[in-house]
Design a binder for this molecule. Structure first.
Ligand code: PLP
Length: 427
């Protein structure tokens, strides 16, 4: 078939007519499909049910290696075995881990909030400094941007490439502008593009020379063990590289088991230098006496302090892979022949990012909605919800059943094609 860009007006009009007919057939079916939710399916959650089944019935496992009774108050940093579990996920050392409650996002929010009100490691509170900024590699995770927007921190968009954020731009801002206080990063299987930062990108991050003493990299390693295939993808250990570069304190690395065990019912932690951890503990000690150590313990027993996580994640991959492949197959079949968009096949993570022709994302999402397929809102992966090219669509295939994904993907490709043809006819 001819690429849309090469079609004459009459050909486009004919294509529009046939796409509209197909679209109307879908509309008649009163469907309610959803490819917006980046959450695990019920089948994936079922994999961890033994977390709730008698894993804590023996009294002696309740006393931790440091003598702490997991049922009682205390142990604000988390139980040693659970620190080991989080450390194993990101290749850190247990003493670099500070555990929190059930959510890494909550920990990121608290970290920004603490910096705003109390400063970082004795520095001036961010809210008392004029015009502070965060760098936001985009497309990125909308909830990161929501945190910085919530605190009134100006967000600067940094373009992404398959190697990671544009490091020339990152270095220019961080090394010269003391009002730049942080950067949001999802280094492995980035949300939403599934990119993995290159070794060179990680090395350049570690070697930044921040103009501000209180600049920090928010290294959200949310998808560190979330592979779709047997191919294991490693990124360099940012903490080690930073220490070597004489920057031991510039990273807050976040990680959780939300998409390993139960979403919102897992354990979360931050990996950082002792100096940063001690600084965070000052406020945390006011906030709570201790987090849910019983849940930490349950995870340690079920996952053998982390040893069983790789094997467990293979079971997740078996459920997720066919769903991702169903979407990719539909895109290959319907979009490639007409050149109506591009995408990257991810090797892990939770999303596929589709790039429409410029100016077609909003219209595609609207068409999909009106045919019963909910997609993530246009612009969501950008600071202030502004996609400069109106071209980025985040597809989340994890939650619906496979047959729903197949149908939703068929409808999606019709919507993409229709929006593209409409746009070309406008020109
Ligand atoms: N970070 C990223 C990049 C995510 O995509 C998500 C959830 O989708 C989270 C953090 C949330 O993690 P948690 O459940 O630990 O708060």
């Amino acid at each position: 078939m001819k690429q849309y860009q090469e079609m004459a007006k009459e050909e486009l009009l004919k294509e529009k007519e046939s796409l509209e007919a197909a679209y109307k057939e879908y509309q008649k079916r009163d469907l309610h499909l959803n490819m917006a939710r980046g959450k695990p399916s019920t089948e994936q959650l079922d994999l961890a049910m033994d977390l709730l089944n008698n894993v804590l019935d023996e009294r002696d496992i309740i006393i931790m290696s440091n003598g702490l009774d997991a049922r009682n108050y205390g142990g604000l940093e988390g139980i040693p075995e659970a620190k080991q579990l989080i450390a194993s996920m990101v290749g850190a050392k247990p003493d670099q881990v500070l555990l929190h409650g059930n959510s890494s996002l909550n920990m990121m929010y608290d970290t920004v909030s603490r910096a705003m009100t109390h400063g970082i490691c004795g520095g001036t509170p961010w809210m008392k400094q004029e015009g502070i900024k965060f760098l936001c590699p985009a497309p990125g995770y909308d909830r990161h941007f929501a945190i910085t927007e919530h605190f009134g921190i100006e967000m600067i968009t940094i373009p992404m490439s398959p190697e990671g954020p544009d490091m020339d731009m990152v270095e220019k801002y961080v090394n010269n502008d003391p009002t730049v206080k942080g950067i949001w990063c999802v280094p492995k299987f980035s949300n939403p593009q599934g990119y993995v930062y290159s070794d060179e990108t990680v090395r350049r991050f570690a070697n930044l020379k921040p103009a501000a003493d209180d600049f920090r990299i928010f290294w959200d390693n949310a998808y560190c063990v979330h592979y779709l295939y047997d191919e294991v993808v490693e990124i360099p250990n940012i903490m080690d590289l930073c220490a070597k570069a004489g920057n031991p304190d510039i990273v807050f690395e976040f990680c959780s088991t939300s998409k390993v065990s139960f979403a919102g019912g897992g354990i979360a932690g931050m990996v950082s230098s002792r100096k940063n951890i001690d600084d965070a503990l000052v406020s945390m000690a006011v906030q709570t006496i201790s987090h849910d150590k019983i849940n930490q313990l349950r995870h340690c027993v079920f996952f053998e302090n982390g040893k069983k996580i790789p094997e467990h994640m293979k079971k997740h991959a078996e459920i997720l892979r066919p769903k991702f492949e169903a979407v990719l197959k539909a895109l290959d079949r319907d979009i490639t022949p007409v050149g109506a968009g591009t995408w990257v096949k991810p090797l892990g993570g939770y999303f596929i990012t589709f790039e429409t022709m410029d100016g077609c994302a909003k219209r595609t999402i609207q068409l999909a909605k009106e045919a019963g397929v909910t997609m993530t809102g246009a612009g969501a992966p950008f600071p202030y919800h502004k996609d400069p090219k109106d071209s980025c669509i985040r597809i989340a295939p994890s939650y619906p059943h496979l047959d729903e994904i197949v149908l939703a993907a068929d409808i999606f490709t019709v919507c993409v094609r229709l929006a593209t043809v409409e746009k070309l006819l406008e020109a």
